[in-house]
Design a protein around this ligand. Structure first.
Ligand code: AMP
Ligand code: MG
Length: 401
């Protein structure tokens, strides 16, 4: 038996480089992984400018006693630049975002002044008020988005504000997916007695796509040695990662083991976790291989624990593991020490704290528990039974980090 963490480490050390870069339009780059640090070519904002609609003045004109009249000598919309230098006793009408005129260092919001003809009456104000300074958002040369970042909408906007139209991103890792089992039928085809429709290939496709991978769907393979061998070899030629589900257990028709022993360098792992069945990890040719268990919850969980970090590393992502949180369990939870257990939970904020309950029956074939839930409850190896009210680790179902 190996621990979850040992398994993850062994997998990550196998992945020594990421996919090659490609240059794509910024507008198409949502969710992709940046290959190089993005630096600011200039200060943002490029000049000191007004944060409000109002009147720019030199601070020497801020009155200390009663109000003071200043003459309004120019009108400055956003995008316009004043050529003249502001003199004592003068003010400039200025709009939000317009560059500060030379000689001005403070802006009165229009709401707090009285405008009369070409004069404006002003009172006390803090020196430097309502000015946004050159470079206060981003200084020229600074790294604004580090390499390995996933481009979210806000990164796209920031890169656009720096004038970029294209970005170098890692190519999407190519993932070949196939299901195994004589009992597994393709949805949309007739289901013979004793058959079940394939769930795993659809869940796994969704997971891969959510993680930024590109899926090649190789369908369902019957429990037949020759067909399985041929399909796995095909898969290894078109993919960076090959994923199967089912057939890695100890049943009479669990052929994945036998076939892999012939075509690849594979280890069979018994991981100290629950749900957990044996899984297979290794290589076929140049492709990384993951033989996941057949039970839908187990295949999802083993994907999240072992395949996702591999896929993220291959995709050049800086962050490989998700953030976890602490919440108070509303129910007692049965737990065996010495292994890591994962329950499907419903996390919610109620009466002033984060609370979590399970989704009900936790059998590893119960896919509806994943649908009812919004997080995994993670019970670490050293924990025993948990009483209601204790704090537990939760990992929300999300890929947006
Ligand atoms: P196995 O590891 O092949 O013995 O499969 C374990 C359990 O998972 C069995 O009940 C299978 O019928 C089920 N199973 C295997 N593959 C799938 C699949 N693609 N979709 C849903 N259930 C599956
Ligand atoms: Mg099977």
């Amino acid at each position: 038996m190996i621990s979850v963490r040992d398994g993850q480490n062994r997998i990550l050390t196998q992945i020594t480089r990421s996919t090659s870069p490609e240059i794509i339009a910024l507008a198409d780059a949502l969710g992709r992984v940046l290959v190089d640090d993005a630096r600011a070519p200039f200060d943002v904002p490029p000049t000191d400018n007004s944060a409000v609609d109002g009147y720019a003045i030199g601070s020497a004109d801020i009155p200390t006693g009663g109000p003071r009249e200043l003459s309004v000598v120019a009108n400055l919309p956003a995008g316009a630049v004043l050529g003249d230098v502001l003199e004592r006793g003068q003010a400039v009408r200025i709009m939000t975002g317009a560059p500060m005129p030379a000689g001005a260092d403070t802006v009165y919001p229009q709401e707090i002044v009285e405008r009369r003809g070409d004069h404006v009456r002003v009172g006390a104000i803090e020196r430097g008020a309502n000015v946004r300074y050159r470079g206060e958002d981003v200084a020229a040369g600074a790294v604004v988005v580090p390499r390995g970042s996933v481009l979210r909408p806000q990164e796209l906007g920031l890169l656009a504000s720096l004038g970029h139209t294209q970005v170098a991103v890692a190519q999407r890792p190519r993932i070949a997916l196939l299901s195994t089992g004589d009992e597994v039928a393709e949805p949309g085809t007739p289901r013979k007695p004793g058959q079940i429709y394939d769930a795993n290939r659809f869940t796994l496709r969704g997971l891969v796509e959510q993680c930024g991978g590109h899926v090649t769907d190789l369908g369902i393979v019957p429990d037949d040695r020759e067909i399985l061998r041929a399909r796995l070899l095909d898969a290894s030629r078109v993919a960076d990662i090959v994923i199967t589900s089912g057939g890695v257990s100890v049943g009479d028709y669990d052929l994945v083991k036998a076939v892999l022993a012939e075509v690849g360098g594979i280890e069979f792992w018994q991981v100290a976790m629950q749900p957990g069945r044996p899984m297979a990890v290794g290589r076929i040719g140049a492709a990384h291989f993951f033989g996941l268990p057949g039970n839908p919850v187990a295949s999802t969980l083993t994907f999240v624990l072992f395949v996702r970090p591999a896929l993220f590393k291959l995709a050049g992502r800086r962050r490989i593991f998700p953030e976890t949180w602490q919440a108070r369990t509303l129910e007692p939870l049965r737990k065996k020490t010495g292994r890591r257990e994962f329950k499907r939970g419903v996390l919610q904020y109620a009466s002033g704290s984060w609370e979590v309950r399970t989704t009900g029956p936790q059998g590893s074939g119960i896919l509806s528990s994943m649908v009812a839930g919004n997080c995994f409850i993670v019970l670490e190896e050293d924990r025993a039974d948990v009483a209601a009210g204790e704090m537990v680790t939760v990992e929300p179902f999300t890929c947006s980090w």
